[in-house]
Design a protein around this ligand. Structure first.
Ligand code: CMX
Length: 138
């Protein structure tokens, strides 16, 4: 099952500007930045509270015009792009959701932030919300 909210993903055009904004206005702390070429993003994990136990906002900027985030920005502009849940085992969680009629985007998990394993439920099957499943690295 789902363990907790891992992060809420927000599409932004400029990552450095967004990190500065979330730090200055909301007092969040940037705990991780990386480029994930497989996902076509440059991303920053912003801790809401003093530890990541309080949940995170993930800022997502496109690496290329072909990336899912570039497409999202073109269509919807900046804003919430996904809600991600922590799971113990992404393959098991994906199988359960497939059984419940959800389309998963990938047949097998892919690499997410910091070596996590991820998959997604199609937003058209989840009431208009792109749902990410995140199995943290061991
Ligand atoms: N949230 C809600 N709805 C969305 C959406 C999103 N993020 N992205 C697309 N949609 C909607 C579209 O508006 C469209 O709706 P309509 O049919 O009503 O117009 C519908 O879904 C289907 O759109 P599509 O053109 O078929 O699909 P896209 O090419 O836009 O791709 C998706 C959508 C979800 C398959 C694609 O964004 C994807 O593969 N996402 C997973 C990967 C990803 O998001 N990576 C970036 C984050 C990386 C990370 O978290 O590490």
């Amino acid at each position: 099952g789902l363990l907790r909210i891992d992060h809420v993903g927000v599409a932004v055009a400029d990552l450095d500007e967004a990190v500065e904004f979330y730090t200055r206005v909301f007092g969040m702390t940037c705990v991780h930045i990386e480029e994930n070429t497989d996902q076509g993003v440059r991303e920053a994990m912003m801790s809401v509270g003093p530890t990541t136990e309080g949940g995170c906002v993930q800022l997502l900027a496109p690496l290329s015009p072909a990336s899912a985030i570039a497409k999202f920005l073109d269509r919807s502009g900046p804003g919430v792009q996904q809600v991600a849940y922590t799971v113990r085992d992404v393959e098991v969680a994906a199988a359960v959701l497939r059984d419940r009629g959800m389309r998963l985007l990938y047949d097998a998990p892919r690499r997410g932030t910091a070596g996590s394993r991820i998959n997604f439920v199609h937003p058209k099957d989840a009431g208009g919300v792109l749902v990410e499943l995140v199995e943290p690295p061991r």
